[in-house]
Design a protein around this ligand. Structure first.
Ligand SMILES: Nc1nc2c(ncn2[C@@H]2O[C@H](COP(=O)(O)OP(=O)(O)O)[C@@H](O)[C@H]2O)c(=O)[nH]1
Ligand SMILES: [Mg+2]
Length: 273
């Protein structure tokens, strides 16, 4: 299938006009706070894994409910796309999270399945690790890489966002910057409470440190009991939410709650009818 045809099918999945079939394969989420270097790491990984592997990248951007546009305007250019041979084995797509319906994770899941079914060996999902929807986008993956970095204020961001339990690998990026060592140490300390703690590695997307190791690791990453359970939890919540949203009475019940003062208990009862 050519790219245009693939793009059309992916759009159809995004619009709910086409249902993707479940497909086994490697889906890896790269998640962490904005600006930590996720896109740059994805670029570094693509440089190392292609053209031997066909890799698709799904970038999930948070949107402002007001503008409907991307909140983080600066999308890093993937330098790997300048290499024609590599570019041919890469497919990149941004998912505009304009809809607030909460179904973005299931759209991402459909897109990932469809790409795997169309001969992509691996799907990388880049997602900001903040908020329910983003958490669920990560939970679609079968392995989750949580990215941290120095200079983000006190404390470990991933810990605050509740991401650590989802992590199969923790990457401390920007190792070329001051403070990276402290982040590694703080993480190691907070992880001593778990008996199946994920590995922690240091990378610099700028100097290239740790990028070979990262690329090798994500191909053969073991999942942890803790992360498997945390993923299952998110998947179950997502499936449950979808059932709710797809209920034909959902919108009219929302109308009646907001306009006619229908109370929550009664709304729930009517949804379960
Ligand atoms: N010093 C340093 N800067 C980095 C590194 N990785 C990314 N950056 C810079 O951090 C900024 C955000 O990177 P980006 O990949 O867009 O972060 P994202 O929001 O997590 O995707 C950019 O200006 C990058 O050049 C790194 O390892 N070291
Ligand atoms: Mg990015």
């Amino acid at each position: 299938m050519d790219r245009r045809q693939l793009a059309r099918q992916l759009s159809a999945i995004e619009n709910g006009e086409l249902q993707a079939v479940d497909c086994d394969g490697l889906v890896i989420a790269i998640t962490g706070p904005p600006g930590v270097g996720k896109s740059c790491l994805v670029d570094g990984i693509l440089h190392r894994l292609t053209p031997e592997n066909k890799v698709a990248v799904l970038a999930v951007d948070p949107t402002s409910p007001i503008s409907g546009g991307a909140l983080l305007g600066d999308r890093i250019r993937l330098t790997v796309l300048d290499d024609k041979t590599k570019a041919e084995s890469i497919y990149v797509r941004s998912i505009a999270t304009r809809s607030s319906s909460g179904s973005i994770p299931s759209i991402v899941k459909g897109l990932a399945n469809h790409l795997l079914a169309n001969n992509y060996d691996m799907v990388l999902i880049e997602t900001v690790g903040a908020g329910q929807s983003e958490m669920r986008c990560a939970a679609i993956a079968n392995r989750i890489v949580v990215v941290e970095g120095p200079g983000r204020g006190d404390g470990i961001q991933a810990e605050k966002a509740g991401l650590l339990e989802l992590a199969d690998l923790i990457v401390v990026n920007k190792s070329d910057m001051e403070g990276a060592e402290k982040v590694v140490n703080d993480l190691t300390v907070s992880l001593t409470i778990t008996d199946d703690a994920p590995p922690v590695i240091r990378t610099s997307a700028i100097s290239g440190e740790g990028l070979d190791e990262l690329s090798n690791m994500i191909m053969n990453l073991e999942d942890r009991t803790t992360s498997r359970r945390a993923r299952a939890r998110q998947q179950l919540l997502m499936a449950h939410e979808n059932i709710l949203i797809q209920n034909p009475a959902f919108e009219s019940i929302l109308d009646r709650m907001s306009e006619e003062g229908l109370v929550l208990e009664e709304a729930l009862r009517q949804l379960n009818e």
